[in-house]
Design a protein around this ligand. Structure first.
Ligand code: UD1
Length: 420
């Protein structure tokens, strides 16, 4: 099994190119199912989750042309003949975002069979809001043998008040509603930038959507959607991860091809920790000297502080001056990195949904294990600042969501390599 081997203690200097956003690319890939025409998607990140989604789409009859020769990958997908509207357990188990196929499949074929995601490492993560929304649009849904089976000859518009703010739930319903008969109003919708990115792609395909990015989204169903070209937005979580790496390890890094305005909550925390920031339209430069200051944070839906950045800030707080209180309000089991950070001598106490991190001058390199995607990123940051060698096992979690992380970090001076 592959590992990452890091020699800590090196500051970071140089430029990093930010990839397209995983959480925007995945729903946009699913939107391919909504048309028989070709969708050309640019700035696709080369990640395991994207590969998994492409092979799922291929099994359903998608013709896929990829062009990885340029720095920025491009994918052309055409699903002129959808053959197999089934998403098996093996796929959903490794990538929960496969649930995003439910809405498009149902809208396109009138039928979908998709495995329930089941227990996921970072929490229960039910999909009741996806199901409730599709039922309101007229779908008949049954759950048997661990599979959701949905049927709807013609979805119809509905007013749906979501009980909980859910990102993929909002995206699923927005895609389904695009081809429904009549108007759908999604209330208490998620406001993440990735939802705007998907809405922009759907609008370019001929959908009538307004309000994406606010908590009320209106979708006027149309008879058919057509092909288009779409460029995936930059990954704000990858950007944030490298920023925190810079704060923890120190140095001077410039992140290119990213949008600072998508990271307000994260940038404020990075500055509070003591970093100097300069920003342009599509770049962020960070300079950091000395130990960071401890910073408190509380995760919440966008535009508040993202749960996907909580673990990385925890690693930074481990070596900060002072004590930090971190509250996780989105997922119930998202502190699995704590045990691993403690193996590196971190001083952390967990009480329910709150972690208290007592900063210490240095972490010790150790053998640690990645447990989920963002927890893995936090261990990379811890390895960068630890004394001696850190070996991170089970990095397939990291490969699901970060493109060439070890290469990007090596280019700015980190001593990090892949081994087995
Ligand atoms: C998306 C992101 C993930 C991020 C998360 C929260 C993608 C592919 N993934 O995941 O990186 O960590 O948003 O920002 O975009 N919930 C329910 N019922 C539902 C749906 C969700 O109770 O039907 C709960 C979940 O258990 C969780 C909370 O709502 O506690 C938020 O989950 P949700 O926004 O749906 O996360 P994902 O869309 O799976």
């Amino acid at each position: 099994m592959q590992k990452l081997i890091i020699q800590g203690g090196k500051p970071l200097h140089g430029e990093i190119n930010i990839s397209g956003a995983k959480n925007a690319a995945l729903p946009v890939l699913c939107a391919t199912l909504l048309t028989t025409d070709t969708l050309c998607i640019k700035n696709v990140p080369l990640l395991q989750d994207v590969t998994t989604m492409l092979s799922l789409l291929e099994q359903m009859g998608a013709e896929i042309i990829t062009n990885n020769r340029s720095e920025v990958a491009e994918v052309e997908l055409t699903v002129s003949n959808l053959v197999n509207p089934v998403v098996p357990y093996e796929m959903v188990k490794t990538m929960r975002a496969a649930i995003l196929l439910l809405g498009p499949l149902l809208a396109r074929t009138g039928e979908a069979t998709i495995s329930l995601p089941g227990g996921c490492a970072i929490g229960l993560r039910p999909v009741d809001q996806h199901i409730k929304g599709l039922q309101a649009m007229g779908a008949e849904i049954s759950i048997k043998h661990g599979y959701i089976h949905a049927v709807a000859k013609q979805l119809r518009g509905a007013r749906i008040v979501m009980d909980i703010v859910t990102v993929t739930g909002t995206e699923n319903l927005m895609m389904a509603a695009s081809l429904a008969k009549g108007t759908t109003i999604l209330e208490n919708a998620a406001r993440e930038p990735e939802i705007i990115d998907l809405a922009n792609c759907l609008i370019a395909m001929g959908a009538k959507i307004s309000g994406a990015g606010s908590d009320v989204i209106t979708i006027e169903g149309v008879k058919a959607l057509h092909g288009t070209q779409h460029t995936v937005m930059p990954d704000r979580i990858e950007t944030g991860t490298f920023l925190v790496a810079g704060v923890a390890a120190g140095g001077d890094v410039c992140l290119k091809n990213t949008f600072p305005h998508l990271l307000d909550a994260v940038l404020a925390k990075v500055q509070e920790a003591g970093a100097d920031l300069e920003t342009g339209d599509n770049w962020i430069r960070l300079k950091m000297n000395g130990r960071p200051k401890a910073i408190n944070l509380r995760t919440a839906p966008y535009p508040a502080f993202p749960t996907d950045m909580q673990a990385q800030f925890m690693s930074m707080n481990c070596v900060a001056t002072g004590t930090a209180v971190i509250s996780e309000t989105i997922f119930e089991n998202r502190f699995m990195h704590v045990q691993e950070l403690k193996r590196m001598s971190a001083n952390i106490e967990v009480e329910g949904h709150t972690a208290i991190v007592y900063g210490i001058p240095e972490l010790d390199g150790a053998n640690v294990m990645a447990t989920d995607l963002r927890a893995s990123a936090s261990l990379v940051i811890a390895g960068l600042v630890a004394q001696g060698e850190t070996i991170i096992d089970r990095i397939y979690h990291l490969d699901r969501g970060y493109e060439r992380i070890e290469e990007k970090l090596s280019e700015v001076g980190a001593q990090i390599r892949r081994g087995s």
